[in-house]
Design a binder for this molecule. Sequence first.
Ligand SMILES: NC(=O)c1ccc[n+]([C@@H]2O[C@H](COP(=O)([O-])OP(=O)(O)OC[C@H]3O[C@@H](n4cnc5c(N)ncnc54)[C@H](O)[C@@H]3O)[C@@H](O)[C@H]2O)c1
Ligand SMILES: [Zn+2]
Length: 364
Amino acid sequence: MHRVTVALPALEYPILIGAGLLPDLGQELRAIGLTGRLAVVQDAAVADRYGSAVLTSLGEAGYRAVSITVPSGEESKSLDQLGRLYDAFAGAGLDRGSAVVSMGGGVVGDLAGFAAATYTRGIPFVQVPTTLLAQVDASVGGKTGIDLPAGKNLVGAFHQPRLVLIDLDTLSTLPERDYRAGLAEVIKYGIIADPELFGFLEQNRDAVLRHDSDVVEHLVVRSCQIKAEVVVEDEREAGRRAILNYGHTIGHAVEATAGYGVYLHGEAVAIGMAAAGRLSSRAGWLSEEDRARIERLIASYGLPVRLREPLEPEALVAAMRLDKKSRGGELRFVLARGIGQVEMTPVDEGLAREALAAGQPELT
Ligand SMILES: NC(=O)c1ccc[n+]([C@@H]2O[C@H](COP(=O)([O-])OP(=O)(O)OC[C@H]3O[C@@H](n4cnc5c(N)ncnc54)[C@H](O)[C@@H]3O)[C@@H](O)[C@H]2O)c1
Ligand SMILES: [Zn+2]
């Protein structure tokens, strides 16, 4: 088992990573000192497969737990589901000594985390991520929240988990498309912070796509280390944490403009990272060689580097203006100076439009 520590000054917490860890959940919760009742919030698809193993482990460790199942899919990051959780917490008599455990992907983690952040003004929260995307990204760092009809992640709170327990075995049942979408965020870590990880992904493509267990473990551990390091330096995104948004300004615009669900988050981020590479080279920041290397790596994992269907440029630009990094209508992007080195910068709208135009499907 690997242990990565998120060494925040106010509250340090461990990320435990290994195969077959689910049955240890009860003991690990005892180890961090949780003593009260537990609400286990589970994605429906995950509850079917892993729910009983988890509830058995909690029971054996002496916990009283109530299990709440949430329908799979982004639509569950809603006020409706949030209300359901609050009612279930209150109905089960949860109080300030209780804790919430989320089991599933980023959807359930964000939703249950926000419920934990706000129920009785905040109770402890534990993440058990079961998608690659949540294991390498969403479960670490304390961003929680829900969507509104007007936009994604518009309501939320910073609420760090007390523990993240990653059982790599849960990935065995994850659909391949979701696995590859998670790899987009791993590629992102290579581009923003770690040329060695980038090279590893270039050299070990076949093993990664074969789900070789040692290789997957390395990717998850390294990704968690990078995310932990960035979050510790800048928990509330006053500065450096923004680099985690590489590829996301355009990626979020693609998700929203195409309609949520048309592209998985990781697929939209892949398109956004390729576009940000083009933008970086047009701005004179990134060599043509490195731009092409980034695009080649993304494509080699079966991820898109262009839109599958054309999207209206005006709608994309309008969506980018809504990005939380924009200020007073000015577009701001995280751009690359080289592999492993990125910075946030204002970007001229004309340049952004050119990079977007190059991301439209190729005419055949
Ligand atoms: N808080 C953060 O820092 C952060 C970071 C990145 C993304 N996110 C959010 O995460 C969400 C996306 O997360 P996601 O990609 O994990 O999607 P998800 O939670 O929707 O899970 C993807 C699919 O996989 C299924 N599933 C989950 N685990 C499974 C398993 N082990 N076996 C079989 N099926 C399984 C789910 O039912 C779902 O259909 C978005 O809402 C995004 O905004 C948050
Ligand atoms: Zn992302």
